[in-house]
Design a binder for this molecule. Sequence first.
Ligand code: HEM
Length: 465
Amino acid sequence: MERLHRNKISTEKIFILFALLLLAGAMLFGLLGALQYLIPGLLKSRLSFERVRPLHVSSVVFWIIMATMGTAISFLQEHTGKKLYSAQLLGIQLWIFILTIICILTSYCLGIFGGREYWEFPPLLSIPVVIGWILFLINFIKSAGSLKNQPVYVWMWLTGIVFFLFTYIESNLWVLPYFRNNVVNDMTIQWKSYGSMVGSWNMLIYGSSIFLMDKISNNKTYSHSSIAFALYFTGLFNLMFNWGHHIYTLPTQPYVKNISYLVSMTELVILGRIIYNWKHSVSAAKKLFHETAYRFLLAADLWIFLTLLLAIAMSVPAINVYTHGTHITVAHTMGATIGINSFLLLAMAFDILNEGCRSLEPYKKMLNRGILTANISLLIFWLSLIAAGIIKARWQMSGLQLPFSVMMQALRPWFIIFFLSGIALTTGFLLIIYPLVKNQLVCHLKWTIKRRKSSIRTKAALAME
Ligand code: HEM
């Protein structure tokens, strides 16, 4: 019975599997967008860049959100050693999100917009997102129990859930004329909410990373350590105040922006230090046992370092004037969401989806190749965006007033590298996602067949009686 039960896909695993499908879809949309850099006007009538970009970005954002919810709920149950307060509520939350995401992506395909950048779907679709998130909050609070003596990750999960709800609602305030009618206030609230929202999901992801690190090293020292609580408070400070650098173009005091940029970097320094110190404390046997998850954590550590380097450079006001509105900003966003968020989430997805009726051992070579390919190609991908950004920045600031088409021609070699490395990056990620999804689906199929057979047997036995 226990083995049979292990074959069934649990609701939290469906969150992660759906998230992995979104990640795969996001990368295919990304590739199409990169191809449109090279062939302007490609698929203009059906799937223009104006539709492909939101399809890519929303798929990416919902990959992060769905995977974050699935991992936090799964790890919470491992932490408490108890079942969730309400499995039914979690099921409702899952279906609300799946149906809403399908509606959002369909609305983009049909060219129906109405929202703002990053959430370009009609604002009415925000209502189910908020309802689903409230269900998540209720289930979390009821399942976590008392907050006394809880490790840092429980605080991080709770804070992330509460603040995400708050900032998501805040990012939709523009629908009210009171906020929309003053342009500067409107844009300030908008970009402030985006900065804090990223801080909120980082809080959830970093909390789960600390839980995973404790689990791999079989030691709860980190989650109760002062350095982990330092990360928590820096993260909290960050999500409240780091948004200043999102409003560089608005007329606010420069010191506000510079301080907030420095604050946002402290969070990365601390997280990098936690992973760096932790890896020395893991024995060779434990490393081997959790090999794949361990590798993703190491990759994320490397990308924290690279993202920090770029962020430090971008925070220098004299450099920021050049980088604003160029591909350097895209390199920064994609470097962080792929190199840090996605690698950390894949480490957790591995830990959670690893247990099932089939071993991932036969796919070890494929997985290792996938991780290596993803990392090398991501580096080339990231550098090509920075190079394209530097050329555009020089054109923006040049006194020669060269035509836009001349600048675009100069960018072409870098866009070709961006596209090719994007293909390699997608291949690397697909090599990682494929065994995870396949194993779970095969196990679930076995479970369904066994259940059907046993119900037929029971019915036959009853008929005999
Ligand atoms: C894990 C995978 C990926 C993640 C998490 C990701 C994330 C993102 C994010 C957050 C943005 C918005 C950037 C901004 O507004 O500053 C973006 C834009 C973009 N991404 Fe990705 N991306 C991924 C993979 C890819 C791949 C494989 C390609 C293909 C080469 C790609 C191509 C693009 C393009 C063309 C844009 C639009 C940039 C623009 O507005 O000019 N992405 N991506």
